[in-house]
Design a protein around this ligand. Sequence first.
Ligand SMILES: Cc1cc2nc3c(=O)[nH]c(=O)nc-3n(C[C@H](O)[C@H](O)[C@H](O)COP(=O)(O)OP(=O)(O)OC[C@H]3O[C@@H](n4cnc5c(N)ncnc54)[C@H](O)[C@@H]3O)c2cc1C
Length: 415
Amino acid sequence: MKSEKIPRVVIVGAGFGGLKAAQTLRRTPVDLTMIDRNNYHLFQPLLYQVAAAYLDPEQIAKPVRGIFRGQKNLGFKMTEMVGVDFRNRVLETTSGAIPYDYLILAVGGQTNFFGMSGVEEQGFSLKRLADGVGIRNHLLTSFEKAALEPDSAVRRGLLTAVVGGGGAAGVEMAGALAELTSNVLSRDFREFKSRDFRIILCEAANRLLPDLPEDLAREAESILKAKGVEVRLGSFITDFDGEAVQLKDRTAIPAHTLIWTAGIQAAKITGSLGVSLNAGGRIVVEPSLQIPGHPEVFAIGDAAYWEEGGKPIPMVAPAAVQMAETAAENVLRRIRGKALRSFHYRNPGALATIGRNAAVARVKGLKFRGFPAWLVWLVVHLIRLVGFRNRLVVLINWAWDYFFFERASRIIIDR
Ligand SMILES: Cc1cc2nc3c(=O)[nH]c(=O)nc-3n(C[C@H](O)[C@H](O)[C@H](O)COP(=O)(O)OP(=O)(O)OC[C@H]3O[C@@H](n4cnc5c(N)ncnc54)[C@H](O)[C@@H]3O)c2cc1C
């Protein structure tokens, strides 16, 4: 009897897209290999909460091997993709070649500093788990240094944090830092009053939250201001030397912390594949999510570029998840010799929280604000977080913070 070869499917990236693709191919006759340079899946939407001392890193990340313990057709390798030999159908990694019949590239994105080397070298991005821990350590260390600093100008710089970028990540980061300093640290540090800490949000455009309607953006701006954040619209950051943030209008803000959330591009590996890319390095795909000229290779999530109704598919988790479903289904369709499906994005809306009891949201054309929006945000994020244990611990931490104005994670781990 002739034995059929089981198709080898390799997925690169254990982010939102990679995870969903692997889960969609569970209990199907394929031999799956997932690779990631980290051994964990990171829930990036809560990264700012690690930076702002709400949560510990392991509460927003889960080991990939643990996630797929029960999935018999999947093996995991912690290694880094360095290229693809499309002709021989081999994925090149830092630990050797991995042959494939089908390849799903879900390598995500990385921070875009737009060539500002000072911002890249002296500032923080908010993308990797190490960034969250790094920001927290740096802020807490700066505040401890400020408590020992006799020079008032230096002290003021140490107590000032600038957030660059008024999208959802920047708004959430600034709101969380304002609450950290006013509700928690101003009580920890008897040396300072709440007003001594400065959180400044710089946005180059003349409004915040471009993905939300103008009235909700204005509301978010007033809530931030009420929480003590200095919101500076039309404020264009050009450089940072670790002690001052330079602006395009030639003024400077003395600050020892800059958190840069204003730019995102595809992971840099896409640039070495010899395929067609958009300006942000995203791989231009066909409606089936295949890479043109390579019908057995699919790209999804932040790393893939596709337009619908003249607009690019946004770099958000629901888009990565939906693309993963289509790509995984199309792999199966190709194996079975069926016609492939085209991808269509179902936009679930947009949400941003601005701290305790405050959020703005647009879901299915309806606008939510205040406590109801905050509750929606809370439930959505808890449901999406991977692992029951993580959900429980995060819920306990949030409740503790909510009732006792206390942050669990105020330890400086690494100086
Ligand atoms: C701070 C922040 C907040 C966000 N908040 C929200 C939000 O509230 N709602 C929302 O919908 N979206 C949010 N996003 C966007 C969302 O996280 C991304 O759109 C989503 O993660 C994209 O999924 P992905 O699978 O394409 O890539 P990712 O989830 O980024 O996963 C990519 C994976 O590929 C791995 N990888 C990359 N290069 C290589 C390589 N060469 N070799 C091996 N492995 C590699 C990475 O380690 C990573 O695990 C946020 C993003 C950030 C940074």
